[in-house]
Every structure is written in C-alpha cells, then in structure tokens.
Design a protein around this ligand. Structure first.
Ligand code: NAD
Length: 477
C-alpha cells in the first residue's frame, strides 16, 4: 500500500481511505494507493511553503542543479526496476517503459544542468539609474499529470519547476502513480530538502480539484483532457494564478505524392500505435494526396496487419490500454464509425495466450473517413488511425487545420518550398518535416494552440514558464 509523500515523510491520507490499483494486463487488483483529498493537499502546500522559507529556498541555483543531477543518476541506476514498475502499472511494453525512464532521467539532467544558466537582464535606462530584471520562482507550484506517460510527465513538469527554485506539489493520475512515488523516494536519497517535492495521490475531483484551487498555490501545470483542463483553469483563475495547459490533439501526418514514402511509412504506423495510441501527440489523422492515396494507404494497411498486441513482458508493439473506461471509449468510437459505414482497411493482431480480464484492443485503420465525422474530429486516445485523401496543398492545409486541436503535425514532401509553406500554415505547436517525433525531445519547446492548450513545456521555454520576473529600478545618481 502506497502512502502520500508530504514534507519528506510518508503519511496516510487523512480520510484513511485507499484506492485499489488494477493491472491493465488482467484487470486484477495488485496494490493500493492513498486517497488523498483537500486536507492532504493543504498539508502539502503548507509543507512546500515552509521549504521555500527554509533550506530549499536558500539553495543556490548550482546546488539545486546538483541535487537534480544526483536524482537523474539514481533514476538511471534503478532504471530497470522503475521500467518494470511503470510497465506493470500502465500496461506498456517493457521497451517503451525502459525508454520512458531514460527520458525521465534526461529531464532531470537537462534541467539540472540548466538551473544555473538562466540569467536576468540589465536594461539601459535614464542617467543615474541601474535597472535589472531578476528571474524568480513562482513559489509553490501545483502539477497535475495524466496516466499515459507518468514517468515522462513527472520529469517534464517537475524538473524545470525545481530548477527554477519552486517548491512543488504533484497530483499524479489515480491510474498510474507507482513510478512517481518511487521517484519521490529517490529524490530524498539524492538530497532534495523536505517539502520541495510533495506527492498527493487521489482522485481528480478530490485531490486534483483541491490542488488547482488552493489559494497557496502560485502556478499550476496541467496535462490531461480538455474538459478537466477547463476546470483547472477556472479554479486557478479564481486565485488569479497562471496555468500551463497541455491538452489533447488530433495531429495530422500530411503525405504528398512526392514524399519519400519508404521513410514515411514506418513513421505513420508508429506515430499512432506508440503507447497503444494513448499519446496526446499521436499522429491520428493520415492525410494523403489523392494520386498516391490508394497505394500508400494499402502499404499502411499492411503495416497495421503486422502490429501485435501483448502483455508488457511479451514486449510487442502495443500493450493493453490503461483501464476499462478507456477500452470502452475506444471500442465505442470504433463501433460508431463502423455503423456509419466508414470502411476498416486493416486491424492489428492480439497475441495468443493473453490473460482474460485485460484491456486489450486491436489497432484499426479506417479509410475515406468523412471530414466532419466524430472519428475525424475527436481524439480517440487509442490505436485508431483515420485516413483521408486530399487534392492539393491548399486542401491539405484546410484539412490539417480542420479540427479544434492544434498540437503537432508532420509534413512529408521532397519539395523544399512546400515544406516551409505547409509547416507555417498549419496551426499547431510543433511541426516535423520528413520525420515524426511523437512527443519530441526534452530540448524542444512543446505545447499546443487552439483547444490543445497554451503555454510551453520542455526546452528552455519551460524555465521561463516556471518562473516570473522582478524588475529592480535603482537610482544611485
Ligand atoms: P484527465 O483530464 O481525466 O486526467 C488528468 C489528470 O487530471 C489526472 O491526474 C486526474 O486525476 C486529474 N483530474 C481529473 N479531474 C480533475 C479535476 N476536476 N480537477 C483537477 N484535476 C482533475 O485526463 P486523462 O484521462 O488522465 O488523460 C487523457 C487526456 O490527456 C487525453 O485527452 C490526452 O490527449 C491528454 N494528454 C495531453 C498531453 C499533452 O501534453 N498535451 C499529454 C498526455 C495526455
């Protein structure tokens, strides 16, 4: 049974209640987490404030970076155990989980290294004055993350916040907390002072809502669904607190007739089946120029037929999805598209001998998807690819921009002018040209426009988001 991590100590939830942890592999209960609520969030926020007023607030930027580097090393040293825990908790194939833990370590390395490289400014002003702009932490920061990449999300949101000297309170998703709690333990071993990192597990409408609306929280980051993101923003707004929202996507891969199709093909398949499609940056729409549409989509169909779904230990292309409601949601969207007559071109395979009760789903490729259908417009968050033909560059751009989302896009063409024109015309936060990096690298600024959210994480821009400025105007004559 896991406890809450508050003020450097493991404590039970004040309610005394727990939430069962179910394995996506077979649907069986294998652990329990504490059901934290508003009272526990309050303890955590107060502990974070004490950390800012105490040792953590006095750490120099170099010292903060050093602790973070130590934590990165501890994550790497324990990476196999962490990867197995992550795979068990989320159902990911082991190779995916191992990669996630490497990325987690990389976040602490990158931002640990950056902690003492964020400098202020001196501004030329009137004679007799010196004006400087200092970068300061927000104070207590609240972080709410989803279940699809718990380890990566933890690193992505906490590492820049800690690098800038904030004291943090994290609410992981109730479906996937275990790697987060393990990292909290490693942070203590690395020397992170009490209260700099607090973890309150629990349900979103209880612990999550309490964190987003706590008057002692000075900044909020949220990654998750559009519906909840809106609630979080409303709660933060009541305290006049800024938030970064990383929400969903319906990202297009745009393939022109002159593209290097051999190169595009594996990226198109991987872009949607990675993490069993439970990726906000999944390339869930395939836009193909009509003159190559039939041939290219048939090659994608062949790729789909070869996709294998298994347990984390089988380590195939896809694992189960995270929970029963996610499975039901995906199946319902697939059934609705089938009923409306949208053709299924190919499906992946379930491996033999899967345990009963697990949340397994066959990847699906739909062709000739109507542009205004639910499948074209709504995020499935599963391994479901919707293919569409387009006529020319203008039509491709209109189709790419034709949803409420704007997170990622890929442009596949050998025409240099078109690469730039299309990349600039597509409304989203990242564009990949002749490649597709679902999620992108730690170094690359990331985030959405439109209903995919606002604010930027990753790269140096995250350090700006996770800090504020103070302008000092000094008259000295
Ligand atoms: P979710 O919005 O249901 O939950 C996300 C987190 O919010 C969880 O920790 C949950 O407990 C918490 N939460 C739920 N209700 C809350 C409330 N009322 N107040 C505060 N917190 C609350 O999303 P999910 O189902 O966990 O994740 C799937 C969604 O997340 C998809 O839409 C996906 O696209 C999106 N996502 C986006 C990104 C990105 O970077 N843009 C990354 C991963 C997932």
């Amino acid at each position: 049974m896991s406890k809450l991590f508050v003020d450097g100590k493991w404590i039970e939830a004040s309610s005394g209640e727990t939430i069962p942890v179910l394995s996506p592999v077979d649907g069986e209960v294998f652990d329990a987490i504490a059901r934290g609520g508003a009272a526990d969030v309050d303890l955590a926020v107060k502990a974070a404030q004490r950390a800012l007023d105490g040792p953590w607030g006095r750490f120099s930027a170099t010292e903060r970076g050093r602790v973070m580097m130590k934590l990165a090393q501890k994550i790497l040293d324990g990476s196999e155990g962490l990867a197995r825990l992550e795979a068990r908790d989320t159902g990911k194939p082991l190779t995916t989980a191992r990669n996630d833990i490497q990325v987690l370590a990389r976040y602490f390395e990158f931002y640990g290294g950056a902690a003492d490289k964020v400098h202020g400014q001196i501004i030329p002003f009137l004679g007799g004055y010196t004006v400087s702009v200092l970068r300061e932490p927000h104070g207590v920061t609240g972080h709410i993350i989803p279940w699809n990449y718990p380890a990566q999300m933890l690193g992505r949101t906490l590492a820049p916040a800690l690098a800038m000297g904030n004291a943090t309170v994290l609410k992981p998703a109730e479906d996937a907390c275990l790697s987060t709690l393990k990292v909290a333990q490693l942070a203590v071993e690395a020397g992170l002072p009490d209260g700099a990192l607090n973890v309150v597990t629990g349900y979103g409408h209880e612990a999550g809502a309490a964190l987003a609306g706590h008057p002692g929280v000075n900044f909020v980051t949220f990654t998750g669904s559009n519906e909840v993101g809106t609630l979080v923003q409303q709660a933060a707004a009541r305290n006049a607190v800024k938030c970064v929202l990383e929400l969903g996507g319906k990202s297009p891969q745009i393939v022109f007739a002159d593209a290097d199709l051999e190169r595009a093909l594996p990226s198109v398949v991987k872009g949607i089946i990675q993490n069993t499609g439970q990726t906000c940056t999944a390339g869930s729409r395939l836009l193909v120029q009509r003159k190559i549409y039939k041939d290219f989509v048939e090659k994608v169909a062949e790729g789909f037929r070869a996709v294998q779904v298994g347990t984390p230990d089988m380590d195939l292309d896809c694992g189960p999805v995270v929970n029963r409601s996610q499975l039901d949601r995906i199946n319902a969207m697939v059934e609705a598209a089938k009923r409306s007559g949208t053709p299924i071109l190919a499906q992946g395979q379930l491996a033999a001998g899967l345990p009963g009760g697990g949340y397994y789903v066959r990847p699906v490729l739909f062709g000739d998807v109507p542009r205004d259908s639910a499948l074209a417009q709504q995020e499935v968050f599963g391994p479901v690819l919707a293919a569409f033909p387009f006529e020319d560059e203008a039509d491709a751009i209109a189709l790419a921009n034709g949803t409420e989302y704007g997170l990622l896009a890929a442009v596949w063409t050998e025409n240099g002018g078109r690469q730039q024109r299309v990349a600039k015309a597509v409304r989203c936060g990242q564009v990949f040209i002749n490649c597709y990096g679902a999620g992108g690298g730690v170094e690359l600024p990331f985030g959405g426009v439109k209903k995919s959210g606002h604010g930027r994480e990753k790269g140096f821009l995250a350090l700006e988001e996770m800090s504020t400025t103070k302008t000092l105007v000094h008259f000295h004559g």
